[in-house]
Design a protein around this ligand. Structure first.
Ligand code: 0O2
Length: 267
């Protein structure tokens, strides 16, 4: 197939990857902006390379005309989570969305592949709007923990090096490593509440400090410079106390002061 035709074929897939990545990233920021724990830690996406598509077509005896129907992972999005429990939450989020239809699920988390690979796969139908109108395309979403991702990334590069024929002694080590990953994910899950609590507290404090500093900056527009400098000094004192309750109290007081100045400036 000519390169221009490949471009035309792959273009909608690139659009799907771009859009899906933005949508999942938004789920992260929506959680974090509200001071909530995000079950998604990171997202990345890719369009399968032509080389890889040709390889899969050959392996699965797919003709050129069947690519769109039979190769379902040309658009791929990978979602990494901190904890195994988060995977189910992400699966539910995806199932409840109205902009993607789940066609197929493969649970390699509960049913590890022979290679030691673990991940949750979903094939979805997603509509992109091209200049020729709407187009439904397949996309694969892989959901896994950061530890599973570490394993899969290393193993994938070895598959590439050995062209699918990884020597037995390395394969054995990989299976051992995969068992170790199960242990690591379990150990992290055991202290999940503790970790989430620490992360949430940190995030809440970070958001609060950001709000306070924004508020102080806005005050410079409506209040006298010396007064704002005094408020700023007061903030540093409270900040150094490292007491969340005092910081919340300071923020509320600051909101009242800011409202007062705002009202004065409107009059
Ligand atoms: P790439 O380069 O990542 O695109 P099947 O129909 O079950 O025989 P299929 O259609 O490949 O096989 O589906 P499957 O098994 O769900 O795998 C889809 C993708 O999952 C693979 O795409 C890999 O990205 C990943 N994957 C599956 N098994 C393994 C594994 O053992 N190790 C690693 N590292 N990744 C795996 P591609 O096209 O193989 O590769």
């Amino acid at each position: 197939m000519e390169i221009q035709l490949w471009r035309e074929l792959l273009d909608p897939y690139q659009m799907a990857v771009d859009e899906l990545t933005v949508k999942f990233e938004h789920i992260i920021s929506e959680h974090r902006n509200r001071g909530l724990y995000s079950p998604i830690e990171a997202v990345d996406g890719r369009v399968k390379s032509i080389d890889s598509i040709l390889d899969k077509m050959h392996r699965k005896s797919v003709s050129m005309g069947e690519i769109e129907q039979k190769i379902e992972d040309i658009a791929g999005v990978r979602i990494t989570c901190q904890f195994v429990e988060d995977i189910d939450r992400v699966v539910d989020i995806i199932k409840n969305r109205t902009d993607m239809v789940v066609l197929q699920e493969k649970d390699y988390v509960k049913h590890m592949k022979e290679s030691g690979y673990r991940s949750y796969h979903m094939i979805i139908l997603y509509t992109v709007n091209t200049i020729e109108g709407p187009k439904d395309i397949h996309a694969e979403i892989q959901i896994r923990t950061m530890a599973m991702n570490f394993w899969a990334t290393i193993e994938h590069s070895l598959q590439y090096k050995y062209k699918g024929n990884i020597p037995d002694y390395i394969q054995k080590k990989l299976i051992d490593a995969s068992e170790a990953i199960i242990g690591l994910d379990q150990a992290m899950s055991d202290v999940r509440d503790e970790i989430m609590d620490a992360q949430n507290t940190h995030k809440k404090r970070e958001n609060l400090v950001k709000d306070i500093l924004n508020n102080i900056q806005n005050l410079y527009k409506v209040a006298n410079k010396r007064e704002v400098a005094k408020i700023q000094d007061e903030f540093y004192k409270v900040y150094l106390m490292d007491d969340m309750g005092k910081l919340v109290h300071f923020s509320r007081q600051l909101d009242i002061i800011a409202e007062g100045f705002q009202a004065q400036s409107i009059q």
